[in-house]
Ligand binder design. Structure first.
Ligand SMILES: Nc1ncnc2c1ncn2[C@@H]1O[C@H](COP(=O)(O)OP(=O)(O)O)[C@@H](O)[C@H]1O
Ligand SMILES: [Mg+2]
Length: 324
């Protein structure tokens, strides 16, 4: 069994964990990136420098790698590529390759925070009240239905880029005058939580949930966190994931306010904080490999170590010019 990890970037741990799972001759891990100085490339059994995913002919390059390396399963670590893989799932299937990810419509929905908000509201989940229409927001603010501070962010943003906590109308006006596609969101004043979830690709059942409380964020990523378990949260995640129909690996941002859980956003891929889950025993690489071998997984929900702290720190990769 051979796994292809696209746009591996700096996600060295993900490559390492897959290699550990496939060690002893079970298979190879192949990684790609459009940059030769993406450090995770050098963790893989073999790697390829490929065009940008937006370039014409990108997929043909990926299909060729699939054939040459006899790939069994493919996944991407960046948001914009998730829809691309989902859209071409059938072409991959014809090459004997399983796309490890959710369906196209779900990938698209999670890219758009406003679309996600509508879905959550319509399906009765607690979530932050959101607006794309500035006038509508100002009307509600005047009527006292929403109060400052609020969060202003790009509806299709990521990595906390261009996110502001705003305390007055003038700043909302100013931000909207300078940017397109902004969204105003109620401030969720509570404990931030991250969930790493695996939905079995054969049975369709949710088989693993890992949850952590975020202690410190840095540059849009969880820098420090502690694992915990709560049956009420597990039940909410199960209901949500089932109803939305996600598949494979997903990452969910949640806020806890006064004992209630608010769903904030979903990334249908391995999140940047996944190593915390793995190190606590939520081994999703094993679950993926079982699925790729045609075996459904039995549920192991909540089977991980609680009260374990994750503290991120930097590492470096060194290669000479002729090695890259
Ligand atoms: N409505 C909100 N209430 C409180 N904090 C927020 C809100 N929106 C965003 N944040 C903060 O900004 C971070 C990034 O926002 P998020 O909506 O997850 O976008 P991204 O796609 O950039 O991760 C969150 O993890 C949280 O710390
Ligand atoms: Mg987020």
């Amino acid at each position: 069994m051979n796994i292809l990890i696209l746009s591996c970037g700096t996600r060295n741990k993900i490559v390492q964990y897959f290699r550990r799972t496939l060690a002893g001759g079970r298979g190879n891990v192949i990684a790609t990136d459009c940059s030769a100085i993406a450090p995770a490339l050098y963790e893989a059994d073999r790697h390829y420098i490929v065009p940008r995913m937006t370039d014409a002919g990108y997929l043909d390059v990926i299909y060729d790698i699939c054939k040459k390396e006899q790939i069994t399963g493919v996944l991407s670590l960046i948001d914009p590529e998730l829809s691309l893989l989902a859209e071409h799932e059938e072409a991959f299937r014809q090459l004997g390759v399983t796309v490890i990810g959710s369906a196209y419509a779900l990938c698209e929905m999670t890219l758009d925070k406003f679309q996600m908000y509508h879905w959550l509201k319509e399906h009765g989940y607690l979530c932050a009240r959101s607006y794309m229409d500035k006038a509508e927001f100002f009307r509600d603010a005047e009527a006292g239905e929403i109060t400052y501070p609020v969060f202003v962010k790009p509806a299709r943003g990521s990595a906390s880029i261009a996110i502001s906590k705003v305390s007055d109308r003038e700043t909302v006006d100013l931000l909207f005058a300078h940017d397109e596609g902004l969204m105003i969101q109620e401030f969720l004043d509570g404990q931030e939580i991250g969930a790493d979830v695996y939905i079995d690709m054969i049975s369709g059942e949710i088989v693993s949930i890992f949850t952590k409380k975020k202690i410190k964020m840095r540059a849009g990523e969880t820098d420090k966190a502690v694992s915990f378990k709560d049956e009420k949260l597990f039940a909410l995640i199960q209901r949500f994931v089932k109803e939305a129909g996600f598949r494979g690996q997903i990452d969910i941002d949640i806020f806890e306010i006064g004992g209630e859980y608010y769903i904030s956003e979903v990334n249908p891929r391995f999140g940047g904080g996944y190593p915390h889950a793995y190190e606590c025993g939520a081994d999703h690489m094993k679950l993926i490999c079982n699925n790729l071998e045609g075996k459904a997984n039995a549920p192991v929900i909540g089977e991980y170590r609680s009260d374990v702290y994750m503290m991120k720190y930097n590492e470096i990769m060194i290669r000479t010019e002729d090695e890259i």
